[in-house]
Design a protein around this ligand. Structure first.
Ligand SMILES: NC(=O)c1ccc[n+]([C@@H]2O[C@H](COP(=O)([O-])OP(=O)(O)OC[C@H]3O[C@@H](n4cnc5c(N)ncnc54)[C@H](OP(=O)(O)O)[C@@H]3O)[C@@H](O)[C@H]2O)c1
Length: 323
């Protein structure tokens, strides 16, 4: 099968399309013919090692010191089940599914265990949309609901509202009944409003932390809203969700949370079937949908990496397989 491999760390040009062995489903695994796979900020970070301050060494230790151990990027995908292992009971051949994973989606096929982050594709979503469901959706859901305990009527500010995580966060925060302020550039104001934002702040003309307004939740998807900048913009029991931040800011956040009614929450969010099923049901109900700015063919994945590296993408970018 064809796959996009990065045999070394570096810029978009390190990624090459190669022929590799097609995987075979183990007893409790399904083999999926991939139709579409998201290409995200995490792929860019894992490929380039452009990670927040203090994480470089940790990432090398976990994912490969001199070269990536996982050579095929791609953390989310959709496709059709081509074969199943002897112990698989949850899925059958021909099922249309979507999934979240650690690596391996930028390829024509991937095997995945039936019990991890894989669920049936919502009927009304295209394979392209379903292939971009997991990364932004699971991250936003984990930070807002599971860690941030978002509640109806709360005031929520989403900093970086026009990326994959931000677009998902705006929709989910609205679904959970919050009043949503989105921070993005003027060019993306219409997009985030169409996703449900109640008001928009253009970061080029207004510093939200200097408006005097306060919020129950501030979600930072950019990495420029640490505790020192936003503490006065949080209500007395407010939560700062640091989706991205350097190690020093995270440590400071853990420290201030112990001494304060306000809390700083950071960490990484994973994927699981319960969250994906929740997102799938929201999608079926017409309440959640990834926004896809552009699709690229697998052959053009270097250009897709460049697009993601720009830091300016709107919503999601998707790689579409030829099959
Ligand atoms: N902790 C975790 O588990 C986790 C999980 C997923 C992602 N992340 C991190 O979360 C961050 C966001 O991920 P993503 O995939 O959503 O990124 P993304 O899609 O690449 O975000 C791109 C968006 O960011 C906007 N942006 C850039 N600078 C901005 C600024 N100063 N203020 C407001 N918006 C700005 C851009 O809009 P303009 O062009 O209009 O500026 C663009 O629409 C990344 O750093 C990623 O590594 C963490």
């Amino acid at each position: 099968m064809k796959a996009a491999l990065n045999r070394k760390y570096g810029g978009p040009d390190v990624v090459r399309i190669e022929e590799v062995e097609k995987p075979v489903a183990g007893k409790d695994e399904v083999l999926i013919k991939i139709h579409a796979a998201g290409i995200n900020s995490a792929d860019s970070r894992m490929r380039s090692l452009n990670v927040p301050k203090g994480f470089g060494i940790i990432v090398r230790l976990v994912f490969g010191i001199f070269a990536p151990r996982n050579k095929i990027l791609g953390m989310e995908f959709s496709g059709t089940i081509e074969s199943i292992g002897s112990d698989v009971s949850k899925f059958k051949v021909g099922d249309a599914v979507f999934a979240g994973c650690m690596f391996g989606a930028h390829a024509e096929y991937r095997v995945i265990k039936q019990d991890v982050a894989i669920v049936l594709k919502p009927k009304d979503l295209s394979f392209e949309e379903a292939g971009a469901m997991s990364f932004g959706g699971s991250t936003a859901l984990n930070f807002l609901k599971i860690d941030g305990n978002i509640k109806t009527g709360e005031r929520v500010l989403i900093n970086g509202a026009s990326g994959a995580v931000g677009i998902a966060a705006v929709q989910l925060a609205k679904y959970f009944g919050a009043d949503v302020t989105a921070v993005c550039s003027a060019a993306n104001a219409e997009l985030v409003t169409s996703m449900g934002a109640d008001r928009v702040i253009d970061y080029a003309s207004t510093d939200f932390a200097k408006t005097g307004e306060t919020f129950d939740i501030i979600m930072d998807n950019v990495g420029n809203a640490p505790w020192g900048r936003v503490k006065n913009s949080l209500k007395p029991t407010g939560r700062l969700l640091m989706v991205v931040g350097g190690m020093p800011e995270m440590l400071q956040g853990a420290f201030v949370s112990k001494k304060n009614g306000k809390r700083v929450i950071s960490g990484t969010s994973g994927d699981n079937a319960v969250d994906l099923q929740f997102l799938a049901e929201l999608a079926e109900a017409g309440k959640f949908k990834p926004f896809i700015e552009k699709t690229y063919r697998l052959e053009d994945i270097v250009a897709a990496h460049r697009h993601v590296d720009s830091g300016r993408k709107r919503g999601s970018i998707v790689i579409v397989m030829d099959n």
